[in-house]
Design a protein around this ligand. Structure first.
Ligand SMILES: [Zn+2]
Ligand SMILES: [Zn+2]
Length: 265
């Protein structure tokens, strides 16, 4: 069993809870204040003592703003790439003596699950996505903050059963929206964010390879709406004869999970 509870998602903060057998769990990203994360865990009936590690995808504020306080308060180890950990220490986002472990892109045994990190193309020091595999081979993948789907990303996500995948913006909304030109350019670049269309085009492959639950994540508050993200993916899947609720389930990770949404395999 793997249980996923996306606590926060989007540019105002990201934090996801993933639980494996015996209630051993991890948190991926810590992009809200420690108080907000504690409150959300509590509201979702999650015991903080089950959290065995905090896995950081990259150093942007929307992924680390509560990291220092939360990890220190509960004595939870921080995991990330060498580039991410170094950057967090250099900027003083975490202390030099913080309880950290650098992870590499090889299979790592966490005891309750195995972990495989992969690179994402994003304007940060060394961004990672993660695939967690439980003892019976079920896989959960999280992949946000990326400009495009590289072969490495494709290989990593193939075969995953629950996937949190970025569906950041609608290109038309972004182009016609209020953002300044440099920011639009950044988001649309190969080291920016994944559009609804890019996300949708990747889904048939994932579903054919065992994805049962796909959670569209990191939606832009200004350049997207949940209905449009879902519609873009559903329209594309229909072209491939894949229909919602029969072959798979499609969801949106809410900005704040107040509805106790959880996804299991
Ligand atoms: Zn980012
Ligand atoms: Zn982000």
């Amino acid at each position: 069993m793997i249980k996923i509870c996306p606590l926060f998602s989007g540019s105002s903060g990201n934090c996801t809870y993933a639980e494996f057998e015996n209630k051993d769990a991890v948190i991926i990203d810590c992009g809200k204040s420690a108080r907000q994360i504690e409150k959300s865990l509590h509201e979702n009936n999650i015991d903080i003592s089950s959290v065995k590690g905090i896995f950081i995808t990259h150093e942007h504020t929307d992924h680390v703003s509560g990291l220092k306080v939360f990890s220190k308060r509960y004595g939870i180890k921080i995991y990330g790439s060498k580039g991410t950990i170094t950057n967090l220490k250099d900027k003083g986002i975490i202390e030099n003596k913080s309880n950290c472990e650098i992870i590499e892109k090889k299979e790592t045994d966490l005891g309750f699950a195995s972990l495989k990190a992969f690179s994402i193309s994003h304007d940060c020091s060394e961004g990672f996505g993660f695939v967690f595999t439980n003892k019976i081979g079920e896989k959960f993948a999280i992949c946000t903050d990326l400009g495009f789907i590289s072969n490495e990303v494709k290989n990593a996500l193939t075969g995953a059963n629950i996937i949190m995948l970025e569906s950041n913006h609608d290109v038309m909304m972004l182009e016609n929206g209020p953002y300044p030109y440099y920011l639009k350019k950044r988001i649309l670049s190969s080291s920016g964010h994944l559009s609804n269309q890019d996300c949708a085009e990747f889904l048939p492959h994932l579903i054919k390879n065992g994805a049962k639950n796909i959670i569209l994540s990191h939606l832009s508050a200004h350049n997207n709406v949940p209905e449009l993200a879902i519609e873009t993916s559903v329209c594309h899947l229909n072209k491939f004869g894949i229909s919602l609720n029969k072959d798979f389930n499609l969801h949106v990770a809410p900005k704040i999970n107040t509805q106790k949404l959880t996804f299991s395999i």
